[in-house]
Design a protein around this ligand. Sequence first.
Ligand code: UGA
Length: 431
Amino acid sequence: MKICVIGTGYVGLVTGTCLAETGNTVICVDNDKSKILSLKNGVIPIYEPELEEFVKKNIKEKRLTFTTDIQEGVNPSQIIFICVSTPPRADGSADLSFVENVARSIALYMNEYKIIIDKSTVPVETGQRVEETIKRQLKDKNIEFDVVSNPEFLREGSAIHDSMKPDRIVIGVSSQKAADILTRLYEPFQAKIIITNIKSAEIIKHASNSFLATKISFINEVSRICELSGANIEEVALGMGLDPRIGRQFLQTGIGYGGSCFPKDVSAFIKISEELGYDFKILKAVEKVNAEQIEFFIKKIEKTLWIIKDKKITVWGLAFKPDTDDMRNAPSIQIIEALVKDGAEIHAYDPVAMEKARSVLPEDVVFHDDIYSSLQGSEALVIATEWEDFKNADLDRVMALMEQPIVVDGRNIFDPSLMKEKGFMYTSIGR
Ligand code: UGA
């Protein structure tokens, strides 16, 4: 099939690439000229395992092309994916102006029947708005089209895997014709396909991310009770998670959820609920707990170190989670800003996110190319992201390099009894 993907962020680039991989002809459109130029040469602007080889392979096999010209993408394509960003506004609602602009442009260049798919995460009723926008823009032109909601569930760090082997594909449609075409498009992915109405599909996405965020805030609150009572959150999470109704995933306590999705989507879901006349009480608590969790961790560092001023503190992990260089809403930013404000000298290391981190972290942060050099003479090590490299670190070397063997672990990557045995003063979350 001939496909156009508008927006080459995580969702657009991965969607376009995976659909090319399954044999379709895909044109990816973005108005960022330098990005498109890089992509044409197979240079990927984000760190995402497997993505580069998939992009290069599909460019070479001529199934994947890139352009800044939206008309060039829309004209020959029967299926058009809208994958532009939907950033949060100051009040927490989703800013849908990019979606509206793209819908107008699509209408402008529509020449025959098209399926317009919303893949960006959007509040319920956006599909309806997109349809109205296109209809208005088409004016008297009698061109048939269908709007579909087909939310994306990929995670950064395993985007290709998640897209090639999805656990479900949700297709929100109002026409059988569109449902049939999309079922055929997604056949090669051999996943469970759920056909719903457009609004249900939109809510499935917001509700899924919000539910996962709820699990995280819930376990973070339980970890506080564990700490107050002397229980161990890792044991508690394991004991809970083995109940298949609860499940083990997303019960990892830490310093709260970050990234470009959960904070934005929870706020947007609260906001759209409010607009529809409902006060989403649980989600408001989820947000509050998440904000408090990182403050709690910063206080923990301060309490452990007593005086922060002039201390040399190492921070391991800058990206919001492992296997990505994404710094959007990374907890490391808030932690480092607070420590810098208190007068600390920060030495930072991340396996892949340092380049992006440089532009968002305070300028006096010292970046190290090597995990161990970041520890030389350090008076405390703060762990903000659970990269495998950190879990496998040589603890004797860590001990030898540090001025003071203090470790404050926001991700519970080490065994407290092992750390004690090695002579560290080790503090983690909820145990
Ligand atoms: C999330 C969802 O998991 C995807 O299904 C969804 O498609 C995506 O948002 C999106 O809407 O685009 P992502 O933001 O890549 O994916 O990251 P996650 O792996 O879900 O982690 C989100 C945050 O939760 C991270 O800050 C992570 O550290 C935190 N987390 C996750 C925990 O604190 N504990 C856990 O047990 C799991």
